[in-house]
Every structure is written in C-alpha cells, then in structure tokens.
Unconditional design. Structure first.
Length: 589
C-alpha cells in the first residue's frame, strides 16, 4: 500500500511517500526549483518520491493533504469580518486566491497531479502530531504541537498510544506562540517564516532586560496557556505587519530596518523574546507531563525548531525523553498526513522509526563525474574510501572549509552530514571565516557541532548514549571544553549538537572518526551547504555552482575532490547577491 502526503500553498511545499508503513522518500520543493521556502504545489518533490519508489501515481492508494482548507477559510473569513474595514486590503488580496485555488483544493490538487483519485484532508495540528509521534520510538507519549496557525488551532496537546492520537486541548487564533515569535523576528528586521533562527542565534548575546515588557504583550499562565494582548499586534487585520505602533512605543524604538546595524537593544530584545517563548513551552510541558503522566514527549510544529526551548522542556520537566523529527515545520505535515492515514485511519501497525533525516535524492559517482566534466571542472577521483576520508580530514585539520556532498539529501531545514559545510571546530576564527566568505551572512550567526554519539557526553552536558541526531537540542558545552571547541560554543556556553552514528550515516561518521584520529577531537563544525537566500544544495550542479561562487576551499562530492576554481571570489558581490536572493525569495512565500 502506498500513501502520498502533501503540504503546500501556505508555507514550505513538500511531499512524502509511505509504502506499507515505511517511509520511502520525502523532500521539499524548494530543493528542486531553488526558490527558498517555496509554497506552491510540490510537483518535483512528488515526481522524485514516485521515482524513488519506482512507481507511477496510478499505483498510489491514498493521497493526503496536511490541513483542511474549508475550516481555514472559515477562520480567515471570520477574522476579516470581525476587523472590517481595516481588513479590506487583506480581503481584496486573499479572495481571488481562495475562489480560484483554495476553496476547491481537492480539484486543484487533482489537476496538478492529473488524477481523479480522492484527496483526503487531515487537520493541520493532527498532521504535526502524527509527523512526530507515529515515527517516534515511543509506544506512548505526550504530544505538544505549536506553530503560527493551522486552521484555527495554534497550539495543542494530547497523547499518542499505539496508532491512536488524542488531541485534548488547544489554543486558538489569534493567540499564538509562533506568531509572537514572528512579531519579534519582524521587529528585529529579519524575515518572518525564515529568519526566526537569527533571533535564536542573536539571543545569547543579550540580556533579559525586556522580559517584563514582554509580559505586557503576552499573559502566561502556570499551565503554559497564554493570551496575546492584541492591542500590540496587527496579524488579525494585516497581511504585511505583525505588530503595530503601540508595540514600538512599548519597547521605545521603531522596527529595525533590514540590514541595519545591530546594537545592544536588538540583542536584548532577542534574548528577552526568546526567554518568553521558552517560558511558555516549559510551563506547558510541565503541565502536560503532570496531566498525562507520560514519560516521553513528542514535539512538532514550527516552534519545535526552537532548539533551546526543546532542551529546556526536557531538562526542566519530569519527561525522560523527547522526540522531534527534523522537518518539524509545515513540510513535515506531508510526512504526518501520510502516516496518519496509514496508521491512525487505516489502523495498520506502526513499523517506522525515523532515526535519520536522509530521505531525498542521491547521485552516483558516474552522475557526479558527468556533471563535473560538463562544467569543465578540474577534479580528482579518490579510489578508496579510506583515502577519501583521510584526505578530507587532513584538509579540515589544515583549516579548509570543506563542502561535503554525500548520499541522500536531508528532509527538513537542517544539514545533517549529507549536504554540509564541514570545518574545524577548534579554530576560533572559523565562525567568522564561514559567515563572511562562504555564507555571506551576519557575523553573530552560530554554527552547530557534529560529534560521534559515543563521545557526546564528554563534551556536552548530556547523558551518556543520548540521541540528538537532528540538531534540535542545545545543551551546555562542558566548561573545560569551551577552549577546545570555540567555533561552536555559543556566547552562553551552549551548542546546537548533532550526534552521529555509523548506523545512520556511515561515511560522515567515519569522516569525523578520521578527524578524531588526527586531532584527538571527535567534533567538526556542520553548517548547511548553501548561501544566504538559497535552499540547501540538491544536485551536483547546485553544489558546483555554490563552490564556485563562495569562499569554500574544497568540494568533496562522492569520491570526487574539487579544489581548483577559475578566478577569485568577489566577497562583496557575494554578500550583495545573497541579500538580494533573500529579499527576492520573500516573493515566493
């Protein structure tokens, strides 16, 4: 039995294909069409999933969509009417799209797929819940979902047992922890639905100076429930603005213009806003654990990508373990609705535990060589695995930034050792080098460490044997290791860790092992193989283009090593190009 899950038309478009309860393939459309956060129909992602399974759409038994459009339209219509006439512009903009595309979404999807198969619709937050619980290692668990908004729900919690999911409590629009964090993101001059990680990255550099003012913006109860003070927000009547002038008056300064200099005020806003989100999530998790008595917690939705809050939810509650799958946001809704149909609706037993995120396309060495030769690239083919790994580890030790392109592409926003930039975490200058000459982005942006799982507890304050494969948890770096790992230790002494096992990514594991053999340190920097404003690379051509146009020193792609590149990289032009890409990609969201 094949089940195809889809997410699109609102945020990140993606597709996932399940065969007899096992995930075959999953990918975001942005990786194929190179439009970051592309929200349109995931045509290429669907084609890829079908090709990976070796089937046609005719062989798919069920097609599911990750939310219910008519319920969503009810919320939009009621919101517009409640705030009329301030919502006139929103109505004029949204009505044509709903009338032509979204109200009869079943027919729209059928037309895109050229099929008359029925389209099944799953509630947005059920898709999120299913995307975490049904592929988790837990037979039963508490579930928390939190994002901007689905149909009406913005935050929900309940339980999962076996194949059944029971969502018992919810918070509804306009009260939303995701939209609160989006308002903070916008106020700091960053792009909503893309740059929330910038707020998280900036937060450790600030203080909690504005926490009290944020408590005027949002009323937080002891059980984690909350209500936004809507006199400060604009998202009920504007499609352009998240907050209004009262917000700016409360904090004493206007919105930061994009690309303007960041100062202590912005750092303190980021820190204080992040603390408020953490407070909500920790109180909610503590309450949910007491109410359910569950030992394990599953988290999903866009807020599930807030890795600092995730770690605190585990550390400051009685939960024993936590699971967040790598595509926690809307693209993961495709995954969730596919498993919800297969497991929960059809009552088939669960057989999938999602231990890794490598569910996208891969390329053979022959395909890599063909692409490099087509570009007249000068490269060397390393015959043996041992030589490939030793050569790469040697270059990392020598201070090179290595683009590492191996195996299947990651699903979700994190590079996990398949499409990664890898460098020496011991080098205190490496963060600035990669930000300035490779990523063309803000200097404060931190980098994550990849570490051999068996050594993680030696370098981070986490239990021995603890799994953190998706870079979604932020423990403390052990104090004595700060000087060893300066390039990945945040200003507050933490690190967004990824544990690596040979079982889940054997070549990447052995690369880190080779680096450890040379240096004694089983840790490397891992950041996504892309530049600001672009999605993570997908194909060998994407990889070579990015290599040519950045300060990446070496491209290791399959068994091929590319070092030489024609001409020098214009870093100023690279920064301008990446800013332009980031701005233009807003048009696709």
């Amino acid at each position: 039995m094949y089940v195809l899950g889809l997410s699109c038309y609102y945020h990140d478009g993606g597709a996932a294909l399940v065969r007899d309860g096992k995930l075959v393939a999953a990918a975001e459309e942005e990786r194929f069409n190179r439009k970051k956060h592309y929200s349109g129909f995931p045509e290429s992602a669907v084609k890829y999933c079908l090709a990976e399974a070796g089937i046609t759409l005719d062989e798919v038994d069920h097609i599911g969509f990750y939310e219910k459009p008519l319920v969503k339209f009810d919320r939009i219509l009621e919101t517009i009417l409640t705030a009329w006439p301030k919502t006139y512009v929103s109505w004029i903009k949204s009505l044509p799209i709903w009338l032509t595309q979204k109200l009869n979404l079943s027919r729209t999807i059928q037309d895109e797929l050229n099929t008359d198969k029925d389209i099944l619709f799953c509630q947005h937050h059920l898709s999120h819940a299913a995307s975490a619980f049904l592929v988790s290692p837990f037979e039963e668990a508490a579930i928390i979902t939190a994002d901007g908004v689905g149909e009406w729900t913005t935050t929900a919690w309940g339980t999962g047992r076996g194949v059944d999911i029971d969502i018992t409590h919810e918070i509804r629009f306009p009260h939303s922890v995701g939209l609160l964090f989006s308002a903070i993101t916008a106020y700091l001059g960053f792009r909503v639905n893309d740059a929330e990680w910038k707020v998280m990255g900036l937060a450790p550099y600030g203080t909690a100076k504005y926490v009290d003012k944020f408590h005027e913006v949002v009323d937080i109860r002891d059980d984690g429930s909350f209500r936004l003070n809507m006199q400060y927000f604009a998202h009920t009547y504007s499609t352009k603005y998240m907050f209004n002038r009262r917000w700016e008056e409360l904090f004493g300064r206007p919105q930061r213009p994009a690309e303007a200099e960041l100062d202590d005020f912005h750092r303190d806003i980021a820190h204080s806003g992040q603390k408020i989100v953490e407070e909500i999530m920790v109180k909610m998790a503590r309450h949910v654990q007491k109410e359910t008595g569950m030992a394990n917690l599953c988290v999903a939705g866009g807020v599930g990508l807030n890795c600092v809050a995730n770690w605190r939810m585990l550390q400051e509650t009685d939960f024993e373990d936590i699971y967040i799958q790598p595509a926690s946001g809307d693209s993961g809704g495709a995954l969730g609705t596919a498993f919800y149909i297969y497991n929960t609706v059809l009552k088939n037993p669960r057989t999938q535990v999602m231990r890794h995120g490598y569910w996208g396309p891969s390329f053979t060495d022959a395909e890599v060589i063909e692409a490099l030769e087509r570009n007249n690239a000068r490269f060397e083919v390393i015959e043996t695995e041992e030589d490939l790994l030793d050569r790469t580890a040697e270059m990392i030790e020598a201070g090179k930034v290595v683009a590492w392109f191996q195996g299947r592409l990651e699903f979700g926003p994190r590079a996990l050792g398949a499409r990664s930039l890898v460098a020496d975490a011991r080098n205190p200058k490496m963060k600035d080098i990669i930000n300035a000459k490779v990523k063309f982005r803000e200097a404060f942006r931190p980098f994550a460490p990849s570490i051999l799982k068996e050594h993680a507890h030696e370098y981070f304050e986490m239990p021995e044997g603890f799994d953190a494969p998706f870079m979604l948890l932020v423990p403390k770096v052990r104090e004595e290791k700060h000087a060893v790992l300066p390039a990945i230790t945040h200003a507050d002494g933490t690190g967004r860790v990824q544990t690596v096992t040979e079982e889940d990514n054997d070549r990447y594991y052995r690369l880190i092992k080779a680096f450890q053999k040379r240096t004694g340190v089983p840790v490397v920097i891992n950041t996504s193989f892309n530049v600001r404003g672009e999605p993570i690379v997908c194909t060998p051509q994407d990889a070579y283009n990015t290599f040519l146009n950045t300060g990446i020193d070496v491209l290791v792609i399959g068994h091929c090593v590319v070092i030489d590149k024609p001409g020098a990289v214009d870093y100023d032009a690279g920064m301008k190009r990446s800013v332009a890409l980031e701005s233009s990609s807003l048009l696709n969201t």
